[in-house]
Design a protein around this ligand. Structure first.
Ligand code: CA
Length: 331
């Protein structure tokens, strides 16, 4: 790919101090012929030191990270840091303003769009800008997620495992410093996802699922806010007293067979609670048919032993919806 981005900004990434502005994606539509999508970005810099790139709103309906990063932008004081912090609190801005997972413009899922292509629409253009302009400046990448409208999570910090053991160790150390009650290692790194794209560029990365159901979890928001400060302290960027990290339990998701999908269309009645440990073959839930009450509900079952860390939030399902997934102990 030889195309370069059309996204432009007045932000000077090398200037000392705090700049809160926008990166601008030209977008020509009926109501605005020469308009642009102004995606918020802040750069806080002082002296020389590493660069942390902090992002939320990759999925627009996941809110703890968006709120935590807006607070951090207002609170970070350049004179208290050594290095640089780049913040994008609403990376897929059209999705964030729509309160939706994907963009209302092109239905693009930013977290399936890396490394992006500036010739393939708005969401791909955003991914391409992050991958080709922002990632090369970053020494650490944090992408703050939640379950969004359709999933509820046992809140956890996470990292994705790639092929480079030394890079994996740096990511795991960052995740431990961030500090959550649960730390989950995804045992794969799809390069279409932001962590996979960061891994391809040799950048340590953390993420997390800090709530879900389209709501804001107060306890996890506080954890994310403290965790961001612990992460910046871990990098030597921020020299401030931080709350100690809670003791963490390391878990991992080995593969897709730790997911359960709805076997039919209807109303899903879960048979377990979030955080519950289950065995392979245990009942996950039933799909009910309220329009055909004489018909027996269709069960579905867990395929593996593990803890239920994620459940579908809305009751109505269609065949193929993820209704639960599990994690197991261990790094
Ligand atoms: Ca997400």
């Amino acid at each position: 790919m030889t195309s370069t981005t059309r996204i432009w900004t007045d932000i000077d990434f090398d200037r000392a101090g705090k700049q809160v502005g926008w990166v601008n994606l030209p977008h020509s539509v009926t109501r605005s012929a020469y308009g642009m999508i102004a995606i918020p970005m802040a750069v806080v810099k002082n002296g020389s030191g590493p660069t942390a790139f902090l992002m939320a709103g990759n999925h627009g309906d996941e809110y703890e990270g968006q709120i935590a990063l807006c607070k951090l932008i207002r609170e970070l004081q350049p004179e208290r840091i050594q290095g640089r912090v780049i913040v994008m609190p609403a990376a897929n801005l059209p999705a964030a303003m729509d309160g939706a997972r994907v963009s209302p413009i092109d239905h693009g899922n930013l977290n399936r769009s890396f490394p992006g292509d500036p010739e393939r629409g708005v969401t791909q253009e955003i991914a391409h800008y992050i991958d080709s302009v922002v990632f090369p400046m970053a020494d650490m990448f944090a992408d703050l997620h939640s379950g969004g409208s359709s999933l509820a999570y046992v809140p956890f910090g996470s990292t994705n495992e790639g092929p480079d053991a030394a890079l994996n160790k740096r990511s795991l150390d960052a995740l431990t410093a961030f500090g959550c009650e649960y730390s989950v290692i995804w045992k794969h790194a799809d390069p279409r996802y932001s962590p996979g794209a960061a891994i391809k560029r040799g950048i340590p990365q953390i993420a997390g699922e800090f709530g879900g159901g389209g709501s804001v979890n107060r306890r996890m928001l506080a954890n994310v806010e403290a965790g961001l400060r612990r992460l910046l302290k871990h990098m030597g960027i921020l020299d401030m007293p931080t709350a100690p990290a809670p003791k963490t339990r390391y878990m991992n998701v080995p593969g897709i067979d730790y997911h359960v999908h709805a076997p039919d269309h209807g109303l899903f009645e879960p048979a377990t609670d979030l955080g519950q440990w289950v065995k392979a073959g245990d009942l996950c839930g039933h799909v009910h048919f309220v329009d055909d009450p004489g018909r027996a509900p269709v069960p579905c079952h867990f395929k593996r032993d593990g803890m239920v860390v994620c459940q579908r939030h809305p009751a109505r399902v269609v065949r193929g919806d993820c209704v639960a997934h599990q994690a197991i102990d261990g790094v």
